[in-house]
Design a protein around this ligand. Structure first.
Ligand code: NCD
Length: 309
């Protein structure tokens, strides 16, 4: 059945088949990425613009690599050096980019809902590369891809612990929407002030402490503290204390299943949410996530271009 929409704004509301479409499609691109000549022409003659109004290392680079491997002309735009600083609105910026006949605009923005607003105001395809605390669909797709690739089923038999600053994490939200859709067994844990006030809407278990969160898990997904989303309510006492009560160390990782895998969307703050002995252990699939991110983004770009005709 595939994915038939103009944009990819989030995973909330997508069907299982739509999500699986991207994962299955990424298999082909992962194989291509492992060849010596990593090129195809799905996007030949097309133009993509990465419009990033927030910092990024992995997401922006991998969308650029993905577009180039598909044969597109990929342009990067960063807000810090643009006319946004002269007072231009998001809608005007997007309309100007579309006027240059760009086919896809990959947008990262600090405000939740920015991707939807952009999508409603242009014919270009919009890919949400992270909007505020709301959604980060390409990240969750690459996470699901990595989980499946490591032999874990996308169903109730797989227990996932998502740990950290869940309230401010768009990565957590996109993953939770998709994982609950697949009926996966999701438990959440983090400092009380970093759990969303409406946590019940997710329908996930909430662990009482780190040991309980990790015990018997197949997948542990650690999250960074999103200090840049500045929210005085969510301040925490000290990194040392955070690490003690909410950080993943070897002892806690060993409470998970023997073949459990550790995920982190990056950037890692070593010694705060994740200790180096875990981040660099053979249970960590963090660099596999990064590798898979290129294939997933190729799947997204090629699907949207196909829909555009
Ligand atoms: C995440 C983001 O920007 O939401 N990073 C990413 O895209 N890999 C998570 C984070 O910044 O902590």
């Amino acid at each position: 059945m595939g994915y038939k929409h103009k944009d990819l704004l989030g995973l909330s509301g997508l069907s299982k088949a739509e999500i699986l479409h991207f994962l299955d499609c990424a298999d082909e691109f992962k194989a291509l990425n492992n060849q010596e000549i990593k090129k195809s022409d799905y996007l030949r003659g097309k133009t993509t613009i990465n419009a990033f109004f927030e910092n990024s290392t992995r997401t922006r680079t991998s969308f650029e690599i993905a577009a180039k491997r598909l044969g597109a002309d990929a342009v990067n735009f960063s807000a810090s050096s643009s006319s946004v600083n002269k007072g231009e609105t998001l809608i005007d910026t997007i309309k100007n980019m579309a006027a240059m006949k760009s086919d896809i605009i990959v947008l990262r923005h600090p405000n939740s809902g920015a991707a939807l607003l952009a999508a409603q105001n242009t014919d270009a395809c919009i890919v949400n590369a992270g909007d505020g605390m709301n959604e980060h669909p390409s990240q969750a797709l690459l996470d699901l891809y990595t989980i499946r690739e490591n032999g874990k089923s996308l169903d109730k038999n797989t227990s996932v612990a998502i740990i950290g600053d869940i309230a401010r994490s768009r990565v957590a939200r996109s993953n939770i929407w998709a994982m609950k859709n697949f009926n996966m067994d999701v438990r959440l844990f983090g400092p009380a002030m970093m759990l969303p006030k409406d946590i019940d809407v997710f329908g996930c278990k909430v662990a009482k402490n780190m040991d309980e969160a990790c015990e018997g898990a197949d997948v542990i997904m650690m999250l960074r503290i999103q200090l840049e989303r500045g929210d005085a309510d969510v301040a925490f006492p000290s990194s040392r204390e955070y690490c003690k009560f909410f950080g993943l160390n070897k002892y806690r990782a060993n409470l998970a299943k023997p073949d459990a895998i550790i995920l982190h969307p990056g950037p890692i703050n070593r010694g705060i949410e994740l200790n180096s002995d875990v981040a660099d252990s053979n249970r960590s699939v963090i660099l596999n996530q990064v590798e898979n991110g290129v294939a997933i983004r190729m799947a997204i770009l090629s699907t949207l271009i196909k829909n555009r005709g």
